[in-house]
Design a protein around this ligand. Sequence first.
Ligand SMILES: Nc1nc2c(ncn2[C@@H]2O[C@H](COP(=O)(O)OP(=O)(O)OP(=O)(O)O)[C@@H](O)[C@H]2O)c(=O)[nH]1
Length: 309
Amino acid sequence: MITKKPAIPLSVIGGFLGSGKTTLINNLLRETDGRRLTILVNDFGDINIDADLVAAHDGRTLQLSNGCICCTIGDSLSRSLMEIAAMPESPEHVVIEASGVADPGRIAQIGLAGGAYSLQAVCVLADAANLPTHAADRYMGDTVIHQLKRADFIALNKCDLVDEADRTQLYARLTDWGITCPVLETTQGQVPLSLLLEPRERESPENLEEHHHDSHAERLRSWSLSTDTPLNRTAFEAALEDIKGRALRAKGLLRFSDAPHHLEVLQLVGRRYELSPVREAEGEEASRLVVITAGDVELPASLRDFFPK
Ligand SMILES: Nc1nc2c(ncn2[C@@H]2O[C@H](COP(=O)(O)OP(=O)(O)OP(=O)(O)O)[C@@H](O)[C@H]2O)c(=O)[nH]1
């Protein structure tokens, strides 16, 4: 007799570039209580940085091919999900971290297509500090709002960076966009595990229907840069001033000449950036940087000059 395997619970974490998805995934891995989770991560840029930033755990973290998960690499996602479902010991839960421009509803649909998965939650993060700017972006505004409309619940993240009046305005904007799902205020992606992983009644998935195909990939540019030469910190930080507020996102693993044996992670979202040590460099490991811009924004020479190739 052939017994059908029970459906594997699936959760999707979405939200615009830099909203806090990887931060949330790392919390999840820390608090996972020994559950066998498999995490699929997808970066929009050509260089995988998230795979380095997702904390190691004893389950599995799989890097999907780069590109937008909901458009160009849907097949790769389906294939990975099928392979996971076919494993003799399947995971207790699969979590997909969508790229920052992906349509989380589309990803959930891909996950449900083969019948091997049951959808637990579509959690979409909103960056409380940058949402008004992102939603007003002439190239990406529609994508940002559409992502939020696909949520079962929204984690309004980075609440430490906004005050009460900002928050009231953010709720008014959500109402204007017709968004009625529950909103949880968070900092550092602290979404309770139970909301992400434990079964609960979902409303009919009508908000998953119809892929909002807005060809966002064509309006974005992803600049992938690398160099073996350690970077001069002062000059590099000066160059970052030239892209603050102009690039939608920059993320990098960098080696500086004043600490050449370590890699530091660069996180730039909107006008804020931070550099923090992440791990020892493997020999003369190259610095890698991804910058994402919209429309016709070019990279300034001050930054490009660090990466002669
Ligand atoms: N101040 C503040 N910073 C936060 C919070 N949550 C995340 N961050 C920071 O925001 C930056 C981006 O966070 P990530 O978790 O990498 O965002 P992401 O959504 O995975 O980014 P992409 O994969 O590029 O779309 C990092 O520097 C985080 O440390 C928060 O609640 N408050």
